[in-house]
Design a protein around this ligand. Structure first.
Ligand SMILES: [Zn+2]
Ligand SMILES: [Zn+2]
Length: 370
C-alpha cells in the first residue's frame, strides 16, 4: 500500500494545515466529477484515504507507529452525517459552510429540594432557609475553565470551527460529511492549562443557603419555582432553576378542604342541651365559640376568615367546626334515675327512621375516621 504521506506529497512532519492544503489541491485535480478517468478515480481514493488517516490525530499517530491495519476504504470511525454538497465542500469556501463550534457554556441543571411544612405554616405562608448542594461558579477561574492568566487556544485540528470533514465512500461515490472535532470535542478551542480548582469545568460543587419566602395556601406536591437558583452551568453558563417541592404534614386536629380548615368540637350532652361558650385554639390564636342551646350533632359552626390564605391571594378561608354531641356511657344509679325522670317529663319520642344524614358532619366524620 502506498505511503499516505507520499500520496499526499507532504513530509512526515507536515502540519495539519499542510496536509489539508495538499488534500484540497489533489482533490480538486482528481475528483471524479472533474476528472472522470479510471486512473484519476483510483488515485482519488488513495488520496482520500490518506487524508482520512492523517487528518485524524489518533489515526495519524497509529499510522506513524506502524499501525493502520484497517483495510483500504474501511473508513474507520466515519459515519454518514448526510449527503453534503460534494462540490461545495471540496471547492467552496469550506470553513464558511461548516457548523459553528459549540460553546462550553451551557445552562445548568435544575435542582429539586423537598421541604416539609406544618399546616400552621400554610395559613399565612412562611420563610425558610434551604440548604442546597449544587454546582456553583468556580471562584478561581470565574467559569473560564483556565488557570488564571491563561486562555483557551484555537484547536490545531479544526482551526476553531469545531468540525472536521471526512470523506466517506458510498455507493453514490465519495461523500463529505462534517463531524465534531474529536480533539476539541467540537468546541473549536482547547484548554492548555485547565483551572486546578475545578479541573477545567468552570464550576465546583458547594453547599449554599437559599432564602425562600413560601406563600400561604401551598399544598402537598406543589413545586415552587425559583428561577436562576439551580446549579450553575458548565463553564459558568446560566443557572438552572431551583424547585422546592412542598409536603404539608398532617395536623392532629385540623384538616383542610380547599382554603377552609376543618375540626370537630365534642360537646357534652348537658352543654348541647343548655348551650355554652368556649374558647378554642385555632392555628392563629384563640377563637370564642358560642354553642347554642339545643345544638345537634352535625351542626357546623363557621368562623369566617380563620382558614388559609389562598395561594393567589385574596380573602382567607373559613374555620368550620362540626359539633359532635358526646353521649354519657357510664351512669351511676342516681344519674340513671335522673335521666329516666327526664325522659318521662319530656315525653321523649321513640326512635324514628329518617333520611340518611348527608350533611357536612358526615363528611367531617369520615375524614377523621381515616
Ligand atoms: Zn476553575
Ligand atoms: Zn478541534
Amino acid at each position: 500500500m502506498a505511503d499516505h504521506y507520499e500520496v499526499l506529497g507532504v513530509s512526515r512532519d507536515a502540519s495539519p494545515e499542510e496536509i489539508k492544503k495538499a488534500y484540497r489541491r489533489l482533490a480538486r485535480e482528481l475528483h471524479p466529477d472533474v476528472n472522470p478517468g479510471a486512473d484519476a478515480s483510483e488515485r482519488f481514493k488513495l488520496v482520500t484515504h490518506a487524508y482520512d488517516v492523517l487528518s485524524d490525530p489518533e489515526q495519524r499517530q497509529r499510522y506513524d507507529m506502524g499501525g493502520d491495519g484497517s483495510p483500504f476504504g474501511g473508513g474507520a470511525g466515519a459515519g454518514f452525517g448526510g449527503f453534503g454538497d460534494i462540490f461545495e465542500t471540496f471547492f467552496g469556501g469550506g470553513g464558511a459552510r461548516t457548523g459553528r463550534p459549540r460553546s462550553r457554556r451551557e445552562r445548568g441543571q435544575d435542582a429539586l429540594v423537598r421541604v416539609t411544612l406544618d399546616l400552621a405554616d400554610v395559613v399565612f405562608g412562611t420563610h425558610r432557609d434551604i440548604e442546597v448542594d449544587t454546582a456553583v461558579l468556580c471562584d478561581t477561574c470565574q467559569g473560564s475553565c483556565c488557570q488564571p492568566g491563561t486562555q483557551p487556544t484555537t484547536c490545531d485540528i479544526c482551526h476553531g470551527s469545531g468540525q472536521v470533514q471526512r470523506t466517506v465512500r458510498s455507493l453514490l461515490g465519495n461523500v463529505v460529511t462534517s463531524q465534531p472535532c474529536t480533539t476539541c470535542q467540537g468546541y473549536g478551542t482547547t484548554i492548555p492549562y485547565p483551572c486546578a480548582t475545578c479541573q477545567g469545568q468552570g464550576r465546583v460543587r458547594a453547599r449554599r443557603t437559599v432564602s425562600v419566602d413560601i406563600p400561604g395556601g401551598v399544598e402537598t406536591g406543589l413545586r415552587l419555582q425559583l428561577p436562576g437558583s439551580g446549579e450553575v452551568g458548565p463553564a459558568g453558563g446560566p443557572n438552572g432553576d431551583l424547585y422546592l417541592e412542598v409536603t404539608v404534614a398532617n395536623h392532629e386536629v385540623f384538616s383542610r378542604e380547599g382554603d377552609d380548615l376543618l375540626a370537630t368540637l365534642e360537646v357534652s350532652m348537658p352543654d348541647a342541651i343548655l348551650g355554652t361558650r368556649t374558647t378554642i385554639s385555632s392555628l392563629d390564636g384563640d377563637v370564642d365559640l358560642e354553642v347554642r342551646s339545643g345544638v345537634q350533632s352535625g351542626d357546623v359552626l363557621t368562623v369566617k376568615g380563620r382558614g388559609i390564605t389562598p395561594l393567589r391571594g385574596g380573602t382567607r378561608g373559613d374555620l368550620r367546626v362540626g359539633v359532635q354531641v358526646v353521649t354519657p356511657t357510664k351512669l351511676d344509679a342516681k344519674e340513671r334515675a335522673l335521666i329516666e325522670d327526664f325522659a318521662k317529663r319530656t315525653k321523649a319520642p321513640a326512635p324514628r327512621l329518617a333520611q340518611f344524614h348527608q350533611g357536612m358532619f358526615s363528611k367531617l366524620r369520615d375524614r377523621f375516621r381515616g
